[in-house]
Design a protein around this ligand. Structure first.
Ligand code: HEM
Length: 121
């Protein structure tokens, strides 16, 4: 499984595609199919992120990696909340705000951590 952990490229690819699918679904009149594709990408984001996370077990940055993991899951959770509430014609503003906050935090955290790009550290 070296291809999952030798660089962060695969993880980046999966979350970039997920974000694009999310925005397309969020502004589409018929988002059902795109939403299904997005759910597949949630799994891929979690697998590629989880693989990177697994090689950090026992490192002295466990706390930071734990927070990165949690924030990644929260971003996915907020995307899902926005799309499900939109489908039910319920207000989504609160979840858009939380999505933006968690996304900013996970991008900051990811780029500050030592694997891959760490230009914020
Ligand atoms: C939409 C959700 C997510 C976004 C936007 C995101 C974003 C990022 C970014 C920007 C990086 C840095 C890449 C680099 O420096 O080259 C990264 C790395 C990483 N991500 Fe995620 N991620 C997400 C979800 C997850 C999840 C769910 C997990 C855990 C299961 C996870 C675990 C990791 C780990 C362990 C790293 C390596 C950190 C390091 O550079 O040392 N990510 N992610």
């Amino acid at each position: 499984m070296d291809f999952l952990t030798s660089s962060t490229h695969l993880h980046i690819t999966t979350w970039v595609v997920a974000l694009i699918l999310f925005f397309v679904a969020a502004f589409s009149a018929k988002p059902k199919g795109i939403h299904m594709a997005l759910r597949l990408f949630y799994i891929l984001v979690i697998i590629t992120g989880g693989a990177l996370f697994s090689v950090t077990m026992g490192s002295d940055m466990g706390m930071q990696y734990g927070i990165k993991f949690l924030l990644g899951i929260l971003v996915i959770g907020m995307m899902e909340m926005v799309l499900v509430r939109k489908a039910k014609n319920k207000p989504t503003t609160m979840f858009w705000v939380l999505f933006a906050i968690f996304l900013f935090a996970v991008l900051y955290m990811g780029f500050a951590l030592p694997m891959g790009q760490d230009f914020l550290a």
